[in-house]
Write a protein that binds this ligand. Structure first.
Ligand code: NDP
Length: 419
């Protein structure tokens, strides 16, 4: 039993906090702290009478290490679950180190201002050295490994679905089905329909940055970069049906390539409908996806942040979204000298998620593993000093918890492969 501090109170946090509250045997106290404290207060009220956990709320600007240190010193949690934006990862990690608290997040660090000349210099040399141009990468957070280790603290990186569950599926496949894994295809299918011509299922700024960037995959020890949406495949998803999917760069490819050096190729595909892609292309062409501030009527605005203000709030999509998600990984490799393929996936129903927690399946499939990661650090199962991606730890307790907490999985030992 212990105290958890959650930073952020958006779509993913709302699910994770409700699941933590339902798991009060592990999380006896939960402090919800975010920039807009009214959202924390509203969630606390909604949970009143439904949980044995003691819930408190605080306002914090997680861009400020000083504010975070003061908050952590006051709240004294065992674990901090960072569900704000990737921009805040480093300040939250710094504050955890300074106060001696374990750290869990769901997305790797990305700077808010990609034009910052100091960051840009490091970014450009990384692009040249590594061969991929995404704004986010693990180097910033992996650099904390020795400091967390010597402080005896655990930092768990990417405890969402992808990354997160996909990383655990990989460790599970390696442990129980293969001697060596040679090919991994991660397939993220959202068969949900919210009825809007255009909306994003999680934070629009983060989502649109990811989707409009170059694609890339790992092959034979190096990155191969593609133009955005250059590689398209069609796949018949269990529970959803036939969908077009496109190759994207995705953060778990970087850590899986490092942690499973025997893997020859790792690709990530995500499904998109025609309407989404046409809208995105148009917004990009007119400059609305730019992260560079412009001056409008004497005031600086960032186009993609202004667009965020116009788009439907992802949290509001819950009641409108019908259909299912199917996310998982197809592994090909060898066991006892014989080549084989295994597909491990989860199907999640948008409307069932809404009925249970008032959220759509994208926030649900991220919030549940965020709670599980925090639980395994809190209860000691995954309390190893250092900075870890999820595939580095024993997958069994995580896989067991997925079934208990609403994300049951299926193993298909005869899957259709992606060419
Ligand atoms: P939302 O935009 O819905 O929520 C973000 C929350 O963080 C809001 O409550 C926001 O506050 C708060 N916040 C933002 N900046 C600050 C700050 N400086 N200080 C304090 N609080 C702040 O995002 P989501 O819930 O959709 O996403 C949360 C995280 O989950 C993101 O990092 C995202 O990348 C990640 N994610 C990971 C996935 C995975 O599978 N691994 C999948 C989907 C998302 P306010 O209310 O004031 O805006």
């Amino acid at each position: 039993m212990g105290k958890l501090l959650v930073i952020g109170c958006g779509g993913v946090a709302s699910v994770a906090i409700q699941k933590c509250a339902a798991n009060s045997g592990v999380f006896s106290e939960i402090c919800i702290a975010s920039r807009t404290v009214e959202k924390c207060d509203a969630l606390k009220s909604a949970l009143e009478g439904k949980t044995k956990a003691i819930i408190t709320t605080k306002r914090v600007d997680a861009d400020s290490r000083e504010q975070l240190v003061e908050l952590i010193d006051r709240v004294k949690p065992e674990v901090v679950l960072n569900l704000a934006l990737p921009y805040q990862d480093l300040t939250v990690m710094d504050a955890c180190l300074e106060t001696g608290v374990h750290y869990v997040d769901t997305a790797n660090y990305e700077p808010e201002d990609t034009q910052d000349p100091e960051w840009r210099k490091i970014y450009e040399s990384r692009c040249e050295r590594e061969g991929f141009t995404a704004y986010f990468d693990y180097s910033w957070q992996w650099a904390y490994r020795e400091r967390f280790k010597s402080a005896g603290l655990t930092a768990l990186l990417g405890s969402g679905f992808d990354p997160g569950v996909t990383s655990v599926f990989t460790a599970y496949a390696k442990k129980h089905y293969f001697d060596e894994i040679h090919y991994i295809d991660i397939l993220d299918c959202n068969g949900g329909d919210h009825g809007y011509p255009f909306a994003t299922n999680f934070n629009p700024e983060i989502n649109l940055r990811e989707v409009s960037a170059n694609g890339s995959y790992w092959e034979d020890g190096h990155w191969v970069e593609t133009r955005p949406m250059e590689i398209k495949r069609e796949y018949e998803f269990d529970g959803v049906g036939k969908k077009d999917m496109y190759l994207l760069h995705h953060e778990e490819i970087e850590s899986l390539a490092k942690n499973l050096p025997e893997v020859k190729r790792i690709r990530f595909f995500m499904t998109f409908g025609e309407s989404y892609l046409t809208h995105m292309k148009c917004l990009e062409n007119v400059g609305m996806l730019s992260t560079e501030p412009i001056v409008y009527e004497g005031r600086k605005i960032v186009p993609i942040q202004f667009l965020k203000a116009l788009l439907p709030d992802p949290a509001s999509l819950g009641p409108r979204t019908k259909g299912k998600t199917n996310i998982g990984c197809i592994f090909t490799g060898v066991k006892d000298g014989v080549e084989k393929s295994v597909y491990i996936y989860n199907i999640c129903d948008h409307q069932e998620c809404y009925r249970e927690l008032g959220s759509q399946a994208i926030s649900y499939t991220t919030g549940v593993p965020a709670m599980i990661g925090a639980m395994l650090v809190m209860n000691g199962s995954w309390r190893v000093p250092g900075v870890y991606n999820l595939e580095e730890l024993d997958p069994d307790p995580f896989m067991e918890a997925l079934s208990v907490w609403g994300l049951p999985w299926t193993v298909d030992e005869n899957p259709k492969l992606v060419d």
